[in-house]
Design a protein around this ligand. Structure first.
Ligand code: PHE
Length: 447
């Protein structure tokens, strides 16, 4: 079967950044920073991104491009007759588990576009905005409607295929999102009392760090970079042979991290300026940003634009997740793309419904003491993604073989790289990443 490729270098980068930048940066990161006490969490997050996640990203990218296969097929092809395919299967399950709750939040963004269009956000009254958020997410039918719209649109783009769907839309929206978040950050920093938020963001207090903080920071780093769930393997499989894997991975990681920090700057100073609790949880962005918009000239219109772009950022990520599942069904079961999309969407609609209702009607139904929403969130970010990342570096470091690694990372010698850089990367993949990830996971799980 002939497989599609991304059109050009910029297209690959945009698709990777589109996957990485999403609700993870603008919704999940700020609220985890808030619940985990601020700067110390950010420092840990940054260390994990550069020390552990970037080697994992090289490894995933490398597996995808070398095998030119979906997440499971990739391992089967590179290690025939072995059990390594399970790592890919884990990735597919992880993608499903992320989509289950991610699509619900994706639905909230659509809900907020609608609310912004109706000019619901002209108040700076925290209570009112908190009530708006609570009422929207806990009600029964509305979130389900928005969830199905979000999933349906994700399915449509995935159906349109790699080049026409994924690449085309992301190219325009990502740069626009960046500009918008910077505008919001500038306004947020110039609010009265904003400095308290800056202190919270940048003055670490390590005495408050617990193993939960470390565990959450690791999970968030994996989540934000779309690692350990087969996404980068799948996207890597659509990348041409002369592409520089290292550069693309590094640029994706830097762009994603910059986005997270700017999102922090857009939100935390405002949180303190308006006297909101930083530990507010998943509603943090949805309560805080409308207040910032109320303080900006033409803020009503910026709010519409912002929630629209937040929705785009979310959908470029959910596309990459759905693509993992669809590529697998399509290539391994030989199902048509349409069939694969429809079957995946049906399953996701069921899981998404459980997550959505767990905000209200099903709030008392718990799995291992967690609501459906928190269960799927915790399962994917804190367990499946780091575990997937761990197995992937072990695979590349210990199974794929040195010669294959060297050949692929340098694009068969076409891309020149410093000898020391390649050696150090190989060392991180073999030793540093697997050991550190294992220690954090074991400590976190014992907790
Ligand atoms: N990285 C995406 C975000 O930050 C979420 C995601 C996770 C996307 C895993 C793909 C794979 O929103």
């Amino acid at each position: 079967m002939s497989r599609e490729n991304f059109g050009n270098r910029f297209g690959v980068l945009v698709a990777m950044a589109g996957s990485a930048v999403g609700l993870g940066n603008l919704w999940r990161f700020p609220y985890l920073v808030g619940t985990n006490g601020g700067a110390a969490f950010i420092v840990l997050y940054l260390i994990f991104v550069f020390l552990l996640c970037i080697p994992v990203m090289y490894s995933e990218f490398l597996i995808g491009r070398r095998s030119e296969s979906n997440a499971i097929g990739a391992f089967r092809k590179l290690a025939p007759g072995s059990k390594w395919g399970i790592v890919g299967l884990l990735g597919v399950l992880c993608s499903i588990s992320i989509l289950a709750f991610y699509s619900v939040v994706g639905g909230w963004t659509i809900d907020y576009i609608v609310k912004a269009v109706m000019f619901k956000f002209t108040t700076t009254d925290t209570k009112v905005l908190e009530t708006i958020f609570q009422d929207s997410v806990t009600s029964t039918y509305e979130p389900l409607l928005y969830l199905s719209i979000f999933l349906g649109l994700t399915g449509l783009v995935v159906l349109a295929g790699v080049k026409n769907g994924i690449e085309k839309y992301t190219k325009i929206m990502m740069p626009l999102l960046f500009v918008l978040v910077i505008i919001i950050a500038i306004r947020s920093i110039t609010l009265p009392n904003a400095w308290e938020g800056l202190v919270f963001l940048f003055k670490p207090d390590f005495s408050k760090v617990t193993s939960t903080t470390i565990f959450d920071a690791l999970g968030q780093a994996f989540f934000s970079l779309s690692l350990g769930c087969g996404c980068i393997v799948t996207y890597g499989s659509y990348v041409k042979k002369d592409e520089n894997i290292v550069k693309t991975s590094a640029m994706t990681s830097i762009a994603d991290t910059a986005f997270a920090i700017i999102a922090g700057l857009a939100i935390m100073p405002a949180v303190f300026a308006f006297g909101i609790s930083p530990g507010e949880g998943p509603g943090l962005v949805f309560v805080t940003l409308p207040m910032v918009f109320a303080q900006i000239p033409f803020g009503e219109f910026l709010a519409i634009l912002f929630f629209f772009i937040l929705f785009i950022a979310a959908i470029t990520s959910s596309i990459s997740l759905l693509e993992v599942v669809v590529a697998y069904l399509n290539e391994e079961f030989k199902w048509k793309r349409v069939t694969s999309v429809l079957v995946s969407l049906a399953l996701l609609m069921v899981l998404g419904t459980l997550c959505s209702l767990s905000q209200g009607d099903l709030a008392d139904v718990k799995l291992l003491g967690l609501t459906f929403f928190d269960f799927f969130d915790g399962l994917s970010a804190n367990i499946l993604m780091p575990l997937g990342g761990l197995l992937i570096v072990v695979f590349v470091g210990w199974r794929l073989g040195r010669a294959n690694f060297m050949d692929e990372i340098t694009s068969s010698g076409k891309v020149k790289m410093s000898h020391w850089f390649v050696e150090f990367t190989y060392f991180s993949i073999r030793f540093i990443a697997p050991i550190v990830i294992s220690i954090i996971m074991i400590r976190g799980l014992i907790k």
